[in-house]
Write a new protein. Structure first.
Length: 261
């Protein structure tokens, strides 16, 4: 059974069908699932940026761009008889009902933690072919986010510290190993030890209930804002007269005040 027809979605689908039809847009007609997957990722990040800007207008626009990709992929699949957008929507509806038995069934869940238990149990029942805890975690995820998900899965086997003190101590140990690697001068080992250090920092973030990807993204954003403040402050400086370290440190402190960090 197909979902009820929605004139707004119907209009979008008819526009996409026209763009992909003979005599439509040459660019749209040339696209494949592979060719636009990078743009799909970009749109996801633009949605996140709109959320961080707390801009409802930007969020509405970016969600529209993201929806375009869902419909575009569905349109391409429908053209070869694989599935349609209605199939996507119907499958999602069925999944939401299955994974919320405490709402649509007889199960009980009085906390968010109990909801997650139902959700994970349902996923296991739906995907019996998955043998590893890590099955289903995309390798294309950003490294920080993937590391945090791997750690969360491993924790279900008991491979975890009891609290944040474990990773805090491990960070000191990993930093010492980075220093040893630097003394040895082997580039491959240096890279590995720096990777272990970053992985442990992600573990600390997880124990502190911090999303490592968002935390680093926020830090990068603050750094950019502060550097841009300093750039502007130095824009009219006479050529050949670079700022000294003391002046840069003063400007850095001013940038933190100006950018709220």
């Amino acid at each position: 059974m197909n979902p009820s027809s929605d004139p707004v979605i119907d209009r979008l689908q008819s526009i996409l069908a026209r763009l992909r039809a003979p005599g439509g847009c040459p660019w749209d007609r040339a696209q494949t699932h592979q060719s636009i997957k990078g743009q799909l990722l970009e749109e996801c990040y633009e949605v996140l940026e709109a959320i961080d800007r707390n801009s409802p207008q930007d969020l509405q626009e970016e969600l529209g761009d993201l929806l375009l990709h869902v419909l575009f992929h569905s349109q391409m699949a429908g053209e070869r008889g694989a599935f349609s957008f209605n199939d996507v929507a119907e499958g999602l509806s069925d999944k939401l009902i299955r994974r919320h038995p405490h709402v649509f069934g007889d199960a009980s869940a009085k906390s968010a933690e109990e909801v997650i238990i139902h959700w994970e149990r349902s996923k296991r029942e739906e995907k019996p072919e998955r043998k590893s805890l890590f099955d289903g975690i995309p390798r294309e995820l950003p490294a920080l986010l993937r590391a945090q998900k791997y750690q969360s899965k491993a924790a279900k086997l008991g491979l975890d510290w009891n609290d944040a003190e474990g990773p805090r101590a491990k960070i000191a140990e990993e930093l010492a190993e980075v220093n040893d690697a630097l003394a040895g001068g082997d580039p491959k080992r240096i890279e590995e030890e720096v990777g272990d250090l970053l992985f442990t920092v992600v573990n600390l973030a997880r124990h502190l209930h911090v999303n490592a990807e968002c935390a680093l993204g926020g830090a990068a954003g603050r750094f950019r804002a502060r550097v841009e403040f300093i750039e502007e402050a130095l824009r009219h400086r006479p050529p050949g007269n670079p700022p000294g370290l003391a002046e840069l440190e003063l400007l850095w402190e001013r940038s933190k005040e100006a950018t709220g960090g």
